[in-house]
Design a protein around this ligand. Sequence first.
Ligand SMILES: *Cc1c(COP(=O)(O)O)cnc(C)c1O
Length: 379
Amino acid sequence: MNRTPTDPFLPPQRLLLGPGPSPVAQEVLTAMAQPTIGHLDPAFIGLMDELKAMTQTLFNTKNEATFTVAGPGSVGMDACVLNMIEPGDKILIARNGVFGMRMSEVASRGGAVVVPLDFEWGTPVDPAIVDAALAKDKDIKFLAFVHAETSTGVLSDGKALGAVAAKHNVMTIMDCVTSAGGVLIEMDAWGIDVIYTGTQKCISCPPGLSPVSFSPRAIEHIKARKTKVLSWFLDVTQVMAYWGGEGARAYHHTAPINSLYGLHEALRRLLLEGLENSFKRHRAAHLHLVAGLEKRGMEMLVAPACRLPQLNTVKIPAGVDDPKVRRTLLLDHGIEIGAGLGPLAGKVWRIGLMGEGARTESVDRLLAALDQIMAKEHA
Ligand SMILES: *Cc1c(COP(=O)(O)O)cnc(C)c1O
C-alpha cells in the first residue's frame, strides 16, 4: 500500500503470546479513551487513591508508599534501585537471566558496588547459595533478585529469599514485572522491602506504567540518605508527596492521566476475577500448552518445579528455521511469540500466556498455527 505519514495508523489484529505486551481487554482501551481531566482534579485524586488500594491488594501489602511510576517496568527498576542505593553501598544481585543483569547495570551506574551471584540461565536463584554469599560478606546491605525471569521462564522462591535476607538483616528489592497478577506475591509476609512491576505483562494493560511499593523500613532508609537520589524525577520522597493524599498533594509531574484510567480498569477486572482465580487460569493455560507441545515431541527448557506459568520457554526442534517460523506465525496467523535472548537466542521460543492471553483457546490457536507451519516446512 502507498501510505503517507499523515494517514491514520491502524494497527493489525494480533494475538500477543510473547514476553509482553500482553493482550489488552476492550474495556481497558475504552477506559483510556475517556475525556482527560486535570491531574489535581478531586475526581482524579480519588482514582489515585483507588489505584493505591488495588495495588496494595495485588502485592499483598499494607505499605503506605504504594504508587505508580510514570514509565514502563524498566523505570520502576530504576526508581527502586536508585532510591535504595548510595555510592559505595554493596548490593548482592542474583542473576539468572537478562533482567538480573539489567538490575546490576542500574545499580553500578548509581555507584553501588555490585556483588554478582550468577545462576545458570533456566534455573532459579538458589536461596542456600544466597545465604552463603550473605554470610561471607557482612558489608552487603541489599539483596536484589527477579521473582519471575521473563528471559528464561523461571520462577524463583520469593518467600525463601525474603527469609534468607531477613536472617542476614539485608533489605530486599524484588522485580515482579512478570509475576504480578500471574502468580502469588506476598510482599509483607515474605519481608520484601521494595517491589516494582509493569502493566504490560499479567496486568494486561498497555505498557508505560510501573506500580511500585516501599516498606516503612525502606522509606526510613531513603529519608536518611546522605546523598540525593540520582534521578530528580524518580526521587520517591517527592513522588510520594504527589501520590500521598494527605490533602496537600503537591505538583511534581503531570501523571499520565488516561493511562491511569486504563490501569484502574485493568486492576479492577483482575480483582473482580480474583487473584486466586487469575493464578489458576494462568496455570491451566500453561499446563494445556505444555501438554500440547510435549505431544508434538517438543521439550521445555525449565524443570517442572520452577516453571513460570505465564512465560514458557520451549526448545526449538532441530532443523526448524526460528526466524521464519516466528515471522509466518505473526504475518500469516497474527500470533506473536518471543525469541530467545542472550545465550538462549535461536535455541528457545518464549511463549507468553499473560493476563488476557492466559486462555486455553489462545493456546489452541497457537498450536493449530504451529502445526500448519511445521507441516509446510517439512513438506
Ligand atoms: C518486561 C520486564 C521488565 C521491563 O519492563 P518494561 O515494561 O519492558 O520496561 C523488567 N523485568 C522483568 C522481569 C520483565 O519481564
